[in-house]
Design a protein around this ligand. Sequence first.
Ligand code: AMP
Ligand code: MG
Length: 389
Amino acid sequence: MISIEKAYSIVLQNAYILGTEKVSFTDSLGRILAEDVKSDIEMPPFDKSSMDGYACRKQDLKNNLEIIEVIPAGKTPEKEIGKNQCANIMTGAPIPHGADCVVQVELTEADGKFVKVLEVPKKDNISYQGEDVKVGTKVLDRGLKIEAQHIAVFAAVGYTEVLVYKQPKVGIISTGDELVEPHHKPSISQIRNSNGYQLIAQVKACGAIANYIGIAEDTPEDTFAKVSKALSENDIVLLTGGVSMGTFDFVPQVLEQAGVKIDFDAIAVKPGKPTTFGMAGKIFCFGLPGNPVSSFIQFDLLVKPLIYTLMGQEYKALDIQMPMGVEYKRRSADRKAYFPVIITKGEIFPVDYHGSAHIHALSSAHGIISMEIGKESIKKGEIVHVRQI
Ligand code: AMP
Ligand code: MG
């Protein structure tokens, strides 16, 4: 049995970057950016008003000001502001020549042609040309995962075609004669296939492509057929179930038959001890445990960092350090343990968790915490590291 840290390094040692491709910026959400993005324009592109109000000269603020022009956003001012003059200006409109401040409308009283300033504004209310971004300024870094706010930046700097890393295709096979697909009502001795769909969602949340193969019967023949199909179509193959010690657990044996060179088949971790991993040439193959919590956590610890590495990003789970709100004890400490927790008022509490089949426990969890081999308890107040899930 190897440690989870060793398992992680074995998986990642085999990783490579899949390559890059151009996509429209509107299709880039959730992808990993493969180039630095630089601005081709200054932002703001001209001195513009940050308020609806009156553009004028600071030295005239005490006087009655004549309104000589109305400047909506998108219009170029036609007149220069002179002594005791102003322009009624809208947010985002260009500042007219001669003006050096904008008095917000709330601080004024206007009577059609003239306006009086009731209170001197605290700021100029002008966003100056280039104050946010100069031409050539790097606005986004290679390697980031593209979110909605990054799409706004692409739009602003005219990056309509974006270079992103290619997405791994991930084949997913559930195994087990007891499984039925979710739209069927399980009869006695059957259960619904929750892992398969959990894995599809986990893969998609990483920004990779999920390719669901189906449920393999607990026979070497059907498992082999589905594994062979999965290996021919994907960069990563995930199986769940069939990796324990039961008479019908064929996955490790079938993987070898299908040409997978097994690197490990047991990890000193709870949940997830029988997690199996190997390579078939350049294809990564995981036999994940059948219990949904084990499958979820092993995906998070091993598969997710791999997927991100293939997509050019060094994945680091968000690590929050906070004190434990209660004492937590465990009976045996021979494996590193992970369990789900919630964060309440700055403290960490384990969620009610009956073991690795208790998928409902993860639904309310904010993250997972770990206990090293040999550690039997966590004291109330002890600082723990929460891995966000
Ligand atoms: P196994 O490793 O195949 O013996 O599976 C361990 C446990 O996980 C058994 O109780 C299975 O019924 C359950 N299990 C296996 N596959 C799934 C699945 N796809 N969805 C939900 N539970 C599963
Ligand atoms: Mg099984």
